[in-house]
Ligand binder design. Structure first.
Ligand code: BMA
Length: 369
């Protein structure tokens, strides 16, 4: 009893995590509500998400209110992915040409209708100056940690991110809560933070430094943190091997794409197996689970949504599935249908399933209140 009282009074981190439910013990009420609302929404269905949904699509760039998803099914997705790549250099636009100022306006629009925003970060390599995919050195992560030669540079990068997150506000100045999903697909070795490019301690150190610097040093309190591996997961231990800890993470997930030569059944089996693992972990750790990236490039299968994606996810308690972007300047690099696309009719069937949630249904759930 005494111990419990003392812990309550002193507010040690893990007790605070229990109090707010969020990794950041000082998360804003709207951020706490976002997490609670997302948890509650899992009983209603699986939300559909799309990367850069409002920024561009097949044959269009930036007309306000446009969305390939909406053009096909009449409603926006529930979850909207955006990427912070190149914010580290304070570039005017991200690595996929979306201006950061435009994203800010889109974030306000999304929040005003009760949608959910998630930011990934394809950060350039801090050691070599190359892209996120530059894996020429296994010292990049070590270089940004305290004591490393790029620690100051990395703090500057996080200052830029902190300023950006803090600048996301609604028309009343209330901070818009977002999900931040950096250092994704780390169980693969194609990004500078990947499996073979750093040690377990370095990867966990990178995460903990990032969360603590943003929340404690920079007082950013409108962020939920997402940990997401690639699809190469065979058991719980492997999934948790580089997990930063419950005090740092709100949502767990993984990314998985269908490859043309592997076939639908292989996608269904792999997604379903890994979802079994991560929903088990989510349950044990009190976290949300999601399929944080998925898709089939060019969707060359007229019933992919209802006969492959849906069977892969339908029996799992996950918050959302997010498909990747419909690039406007790379032919055939798209993951959501557009009007006339081969799978468009099937996508409408998928949209109509009671178990899928798009914007209109999410708006009704009013999760931020
Ligand atoms: C990849 C591709 C790239 C893009 C990157 C970051 O999967 O879509 O064209 O730059 O994601 O969004």
């Amino acid at each position: 009893m005494l111990t419990a009282t003392l812990i309550f009074l002193t507010g040690c981190p893990s007790e605070q995590v229990k109090k707010t439910g969020t990794a950041d013990p000082s998360a804003t009420p709207e951020t706490v509500n976002l997490l609670a609302g997302m948890k509650a929404a899992t009983s209603q269905g699986i939300m559909f998400g799309h990367q850069d949904d409002l920024a561009y699509g097949k044959g269009w760039v930036y007309p306000d209110g446009e969305s390939d998803v909406k053009r096909v099914c009449g409603d926006y997705p529930a979850v909207y992915g955006m990427d912070l790549g190149h914010i580290e250099h304070l570039a005017p636009a991200n690595l996929d040409t979306v201006p950061f100022d435009k994203m800010k306006i889109l974030a306000r629009e999304i929040y005003s209708r009760g949608g959910i925003i998630t930011f990934s970060w394809h950060a350039d390599n801090p050691l070599t100056g190359g892209t996120a995919w530059d894996i020429s050195s296994d010292k990049a992560v070590a270089s940004v940690l305290p004591g490393g030669k790029n620690n100051d540079k990395y703090k500057q990068w996080l200052d830029n991110i902190a300023a950006y997150f803090t600048s996301l506000t609604d028309e009343n100045g209330v901070a818009i809560p977002v999900i931040f999903r950096p250092y994704h697909e780390h169980t693969g070795s194609w990004f500078w933070w990947g499996q073979k490019l750093c040690t377990t301690e370095e990867y966990i150190g990178l995460w903990r430094f990032t969360v603590e610097y943003l929340c404690k040093t920079k007082n950013v309190h409108n962020v939920l943190f997402a940990y997401s591996s690639s699809g190469d997961i065979s058991d719980k231990e492997q999934y948790l091997n580089r997990y930063p800890g419950d005090d740092y993470i709100d949502l767990i997930g993984f990314d998985y794409y269908e490859m043309p030569d592997a076939g639908n059944q292989s996608f269904i089996n792999n997604v379903s197996n890994v979802l079994n693992i991560i929903t088990g972990v989510a349950e044990e750790h009190g976290k949300l689970a999601a399929l944080t990236e998925a898709g089939y490039e060019s969707i060359p299968d007229s019933t992919w949504w209802t006969s492959t994606l849906w069977p892969a996810i339908k029996d799992h308690k996950i918050s959302y599935v997010l498909v990747w972007r419909n690039a406007h300047n790379i032919p055939n690099h798209f993951y959501a249908p557009y009007p006339g696309q081969l799978s468009a009719d099937d996508f409408v069937r998928f949209y109509k399933f009671p178990g899928t949630l798009f914007q209109a249904e999410l708006t009704k759930l009013d999760i931020y209140k």
